[in-house]
Design a protein around this ligand. Structure first.
Ligand code: ATP
Ligand code: FE
Length: 351
């Protein structure tokens, strides 16, 4: 079937057309410039921008796919979790399109979209282990089906992407912080500043990143006080030390998550990483060698499919539809929607 997907849960307005695993088009309209002056995403501004741009994104996605709206077999839409105003815009448009076309509607959990992306890009077989690591999330999931997720652990405070963004802000580097911190860290000394490795002493797969920000702030202020400012080399070494700490924590917790996953003796052991932080070469490299040691296939979808997009929503919607799942006109927008309890409330009115 040909599926039109819509995504508007954060600060990207996106629409995509998929035929099975084939991406006929994937349009992503960012809002970075709208929020730049505010140091973060402003919900009201985001909601208004989604309301203004969604139609255009759909039009463009259909034009790029070279298909009329009448060729669409089903509409998939992010129904949460996310900023309620944006999610509502998407859900309302999707309902209108589905009603107008007389085609099925399916509400998709945004996180399920991320978690199923390696099936879209690489056709991974269930069950696989996934590390979802983005600006808003960090969790380990065993993915057994489009509605079957077991959460092994996750961050108890900040998400790593958020920590990268804060680090960049504290050091006067441009947003988004991930790429700027990675660039600054490239040839720097990661051992000069001693960052903590939070939560490694605690059993299990939970993670913590807020302590890194506090440590960074302290180190920065000490340098500024001692020498009246930050030299470029100081800044770069701070970035390298911070990035190494995130890498080490993610690697150690991934090692533990892999052990839990492998205990189930999956037929084709596979690990996938998704979310914007998956773009980081140091982090990716560490996880890749960990998997190689354990004979687990490593998958990292291309970045444009790791960050927010509608192709993943259309794909997840397609898997749900294949299982006979559809949503009705009572589909609601859900600001909070944890994945591991998603099985029952994933569809329908989402009560
Ligand atoms: P979510 O999808 O969880 O709601 P989000 O939409 O903010 O959150 P993504 O779009 O998946 O997340 O990723 C954006 C985040 O990824 C930002 O915090 C950004 O700093 C981070 N990021 C991007 N590139 C890199 C990189 N090379 N290294 C580290 N972090 C990165
Ligand atoms: Fe996302």
């Amino acid at each position: 079937p040909i599926i039109l997907g819509l995504e508007s849960s954060c600060d990207d307005t996106a629409a995509a057309v998929l035929r099975g695993r084939e991406i006929l088009s994937s349009v992503v309209m960012g809002q970075t410039e709208l929020h730049a002056a505010f140091g973060g995403v402003v919900p009201e501004i985001a909601a208004r921008a989604h309301a203004e741009k969604l139609d255009l994104a759909v039009e463009q996605a259909l034009a790029e796919a070279d298909l009329p709206l009448s060729e669409i077999d089903a509409i998939a839409v992010t129904a949460g979790p996310g900023l309620i105003g944006g999610v509502l815009s998407g859900v309302m448009l999707a309902k209108g399109l589905a009603t107008g076309l007389g085609k099925p509607l399916v509400g998709v959990n945004h996180l399920a979209g991320h978690a199923l992306t390696p099936r879209l890009t690489d056709g991974l077989a269930y069950p696989y282990l996934m590390l979802l690591v983005s600006g808003g999330h960090c969790q380990f999931l065993i993915v057994r089906g489009p509605e079957d997720f077991t959460r092994l652990g996750g961050t108890i405070d900040d998400a790593p992407g958020e920590a990268f963004d804060k680090t960049a802000r504290l050091l006067g580097l441009p947003q988004p912080g991930g790429p700027s911190v990675e660039t600054a860290a490239r040839d720097a000394d990661e051992t000069r500043f001693k960052f903590p490795r939070p939560l490694l002493d605690r059993e299990g797969c939970d993670l913590s990143f807020s302590g890194l920000k506090t440590a960074l702030l302290r180190m920065r202020d000490k340098l500024v006080e001692a020498q009246g400012g930050l030299h470029e080399a100081d800044r770069d070494d701070l970035c390298a030390g911070f990035q190494a700490a995130v890498r080490d924590v993610l690697a150690e917790k991934t090692r533990r998550a892999l052990a839990l996953y492998l205990a189930d003796a999956p037929a084709v052991p596979a690990f996938a990483i998704a979310g914007g932080v998956a773009a980081n070469r140091a982090i990716r490299g560490a996880l890749e060698s960990l998997c190689a040691e354990r004979g687990v296939a490593f998958t990292a979808p291309p970045l444009r499919l790791c960050t927010d997009n509608a192709a993943m929503i259309a794909y997840a919607g397609g898997e749900l539809l294949a299982e006979g799942e559809t949503s009705d006109m009572a589909l609601s927008a859900r600001p909070r929607w944890p994945l591991d309890r998603a099985a029952a409330p994933l569809l329908g009115s989402g009560k």
